[in-house]
Design a protein around this ligand. Structure first.
Ligand code: GLY
Ligand code: MN
Ligand code: MN
Length: 470
C-alpha cells in the first residue's frame, strides 16, 4: 500500500484516482451470473463433511508501487468477489442431527437470518469512509444491496468470522481450507490464513480443500470459455501485429510494448504472465524476460505473450524469422516442432493424458522430436526439449490441478512443444490453446497461422504494404 501513501503526499489527482479504482478491480467487470458461483459453492460444500473457510487476498500481498489488487483465484472462482479483505465460510448440508449451520443460525443474536439459509456466509470488511476517499466505494456488509451485488443471502462483517468458527467448532471436529504447500512461494497468504484459523479453533483438524477445488477448476463452464476465448482473440490480434511489425533493428521490448497495448485496448486487465520476446540466443531461454536486446537480421524470435481478460489467461507462442524468411536450418527445426505439435494435437481427446507413459502427449512429443532431425554432432534433438508439452489454462496461466488426470470435455490445455539449441542460437516454440470436446478438440487459437509458409507470407505482405504506402 505504498502507492496510497505516495499519492496522499504528492498527488491530489482525482482523474488518476478514478483510473486506479476502475483498473484495480478488473475481474469484477466480467462477473459470471451469481447463480454460477452459487452452484460452484454448492458442489464444493457437498464434497466434504465439514465447514470450509477460504480467505481472499488482503491487498497487502504486493508492496510494489505499480501493484493493482487482484483477487485470489480460488476465492474468485467461488465468489466472483474482487475486493480485498474478504473471506468465505461454507457449511455442510444438515446431517442426521442438528447441523452446525442450524446451531450457528440459532445462536445468531440478531435473528435476522434464517438457519436454513446459513449454508454459506461471505465476510466483508466494514466500510471505511476515510479509505474510500482514496480507494473509491467498496461493498460493505451492511449495504442494503449487498445480496444483489454479491449473490450471498448472508453477508457479515469480517470480524464475525472468528466467533462463527468457534461456534461451528462445537459441532465439527474437521474444517477444510486451502493448506499452504510445503514451501509457499511469494507472499505467505495461505500460511497467514491458516494461522488465523488455528488461532480461532486451535483444537480442530484442518484438512486441505485444494484438490477438490483444483479438480472443479479444470473443467470450464460456458461463461468461463467465453472469457477465455476473448483473452485468446485479443492475444491472437497482438501476435498478428508482431508478425507484421517485426524487423531487424527493433528491440525486443518494442514488440512486447505493442502487444501489451493491443491486449489492454482489447479489454485485458493485465498480462497473463511476463511477456517473452527472445531474439537469437534469447530464443533458447525458456522464460526470458529482460527484453532489452536488439533483433538482428538472421535471428529467430520466440514470442510467448498472452493477455488476461476477465481474470482468464491466454498463453500463445509463435516463432518468427526476424527478416521475414527462415534459414534452411531454422525452417528444419521449425517444421520438427510443428510436426510434434500436430502429432500431439491429434491425440487430444477425452481420456488422453498430458504426462506419463506411452500415449501421453508428453511421450508423443518426445518421441517425435527424438526421431526427427539431429544437432550438429548428429545426436537426436530430444536433449533440446526440456519442458512439459502442456498445462491447464484458466484463471491462472498454469492452472492448478492434476496433470495426470485424463482429459475431459470442457478442459482447456496448451500444446507447446519446443526445441532450443543454444549453440546454434535457435529456439523454436509453438504454443496453442486447446479445448477438449466430446470427441476430440477445438483449437481456440485457430485463427493464428502455425506453418512457416503462412508466417512468411504474412510477414512478406506486411513488408510490401509498408513499402508501397507513404
Ligand atoms: N508462457 C508460459 C508458458 O508457456 O507456460
Ligand atoms: Mn504455456
Ligand atoms: Mn507460453
Amino acid at each position: 500500500m505504498r502507492l496510497r501513501k505516495i499519492l496522499r503526499v504528492r498527488w491530489r489527482s482525482w482523474p488518476l484516482l478514478a483510473i486506479l479504482c476502475v483498473c484495480g478491480f478488473a475481474q469484477a467487470r466480467f462477473r459470471q451470473p451469481s447463480e454460477e458461483y452459487a452452484a460452484r459453492r454448492a458442489k464444493l460444500r457437498a464434497a466434504v463433511d465439514g465447514p470450509i473457510v477460504i480467505y481472499g487476498y488482503t491487498g497487502h500481498e504486493d508492496a510494489s508501487e505499480v501493484a493493482l489488487f487482484f483477487q485470489e483465484p480460488h476465492f474468485y472462482y467461488l465468489t466472483g468477489h474482487s475486493e480485498p479483505g474478504a473471506a468465505l465460510l461454507l457449511i455442510p448440508e444438515a446431517s442426521a442431527n442438528k447441523s452446525g449451520a442450524d446451531q450457528l443460525g440459532a445462536e445468531k443474536s440478531d435473528g435476522a437470518q434464517s438457519a436454513d439459509g446459513l449454508r454459506e456466509i461471505l465476510f466483508l470488511p466494514a466500510r471505511d469512509p476515510k479509505e474510500e476517499v482514496w480507494e473509491g466505494p467498496k461493498t460493505g456488509p451492511d449495504d442494503p444491496d449487498v445480496t444483489a451485488k454479491t449473490g450471498f443471502a448472508n453477508v457479515e462483517p469480517i470480524d464475525n468470522l472468528k466467533g462463527d468458527l468457534e461456534k461451528l467448532a462445537k459441532t465439527y471436529k474437521t474444517f477444510y481450507t486451502l493448506l499452504p504447500p510445503k514451501h509457499e512461494e511469494g507472499y505467505p497468504h495461505l500460511t497467514n490464513s491458516v494461522a488465523e484459523i488455528r488461532a480461532a479453533i486451535p483444537h480442530a483438524t484442518l484438512k486441505d480443500i485444494t484438490p477438490q477445488l483444483d479438480a472443479m477448476r479444470q473443467v470450464k463452464s460456458e461463461g468461463e470459455l467465453a472469457l477465455m476465448q476473448r483473452a485468446i482473440d485479443v492475444s491472437v490480434d497482438a501476435q498478428f501485429d508482431a508478425m507484421r511489425r517485426m524487423r531487424p533493428g527493433m528491440f525486443e521490448y518494442q514488440i512486447a510494448a505493442r502487444m501489451k497495448e493491443i491486449h489492454e485496448t482489447g479489454g485485458c486487465s493485465r498480462e497473463a504472465y511476463a511477456p517473452i520476446v527472445g531474439t537469437g540466443f534469447n530464443s533458447t531461454v525458456l522464460h526470458y524476460s529482460a527484453l532489452d536486446a536488439e533483433i538482428k537480421d538472421g535471428d529467430v524470435v520466440v514470442i510467448d505473450v498472452g493477455g488476461e481478460y476477465g481474470g482468464y489467461a491466454a498463453d500463445i507462442t509463435r516463432t518468427l524469422p526476424a527478416n521475414g524468411t527462415f534459414t534452411p536450418r531454422q525452417r528444419e527445426i521449425y517444421d520438427i516442432v510443428l510436426g510434434a505439435q500436430n502429432a500431439a494435437l491429434v491425440a487430444v481427446k477425452p481420456g488422453a493424458v498430458l504426462t506419463g507413459d506411452k500415449g501421453s502427449l508428453q511421450a508423443i512429443v518426445t518421441e517425435y522430436i527424438n526421431t526427427h532431425g539431429h544437432d550438429k554432432e548428429g545426436r537426436p534433438l530430444g536433449r533440446y526439449y526440456p519442458h512439459g508439452v502442456s498445462h491447464h489454462l484458466g484463471l491462472d496461466v498454469h492452472d492448478p490441478g492434476d496433470r495426470a488426470r485424463p482429459l475431459e470435455p470442457g478442459m482447456v490445455v496448451t500444446v507447446e512443444p519446443g526445441i532450443y539449441i543454444p549453440e546454434e542460437n535457435i529456439g523454436v516454440r509453438i504454443e496453442d490453446d486447446v479445448l477438449v470436446t466430446k470427441h476430440g478438440y477445438q483449437l481456440l487459437t485457430a485463427r493464428l497461422p502455425r506453418t512457416a509458409d503462412e508466417i512468411e507470407k504474412i510477414m512478406a505482405e506486411a513488408r510490401t504494404r509498408a513499402q508501397t504506402q507513404p
